[in-house]
Design a protein around this ligand. Sequence first.
Ligand code: AMP
Ligand code: ZN
Length: 143
Amino acid sequence: MIHEDCIFCKIINGDIPSAKVYEDNDVYAFLDISQVTKGHTLVIPKTHVKDIYQTPEEVASNLFAQIPKISKGIKEAFQPEGINILSNTGEVAGQSVFHLHIHLIPRYGKEDGFKPTWETHSEDYTQEVLQSIAKNIHEKIHN
Ligand code: AMP
Ligand code: ZN
């Protein structure tokens, strides 16, 4: 379950200090050291899984089940105006620690330290193309 060279496994194990926000049998939540915004929290499964592709449904289920109440805890503590919930998979997506984690980034305004950019390309995609892309993905979703 624990991966020797994994910094988050070491945190779960107590070998590296962390600021704990929440813990149960399956899940550990602690402050991200970068604190992109105040209260920025990481929620991780206690089982070592590298990323979302490697995650069994039960691990995902237990992990995400705790996200609402942890988010509400952050909201009650610091009254952010909103919260971004995200997980980076792969280096290109910004993943730097290869133990699955969900970022909870409370938002205090548009200049609060977190700047996601969403370019829209909707004019490049006809309904026909959208249907074909969706079909392609749909056919590759395996249970
Ligand atoms: P990502 O870049 O999505 O893989 O996120 C990894 C996050 O882990 C980064 O935001 C880091 O700031 C955070 N991080 C790395 N080491 C530690 C640590 N020892 N304690 C808390 N957060 C950490
Ligand atoms: Zn790990």
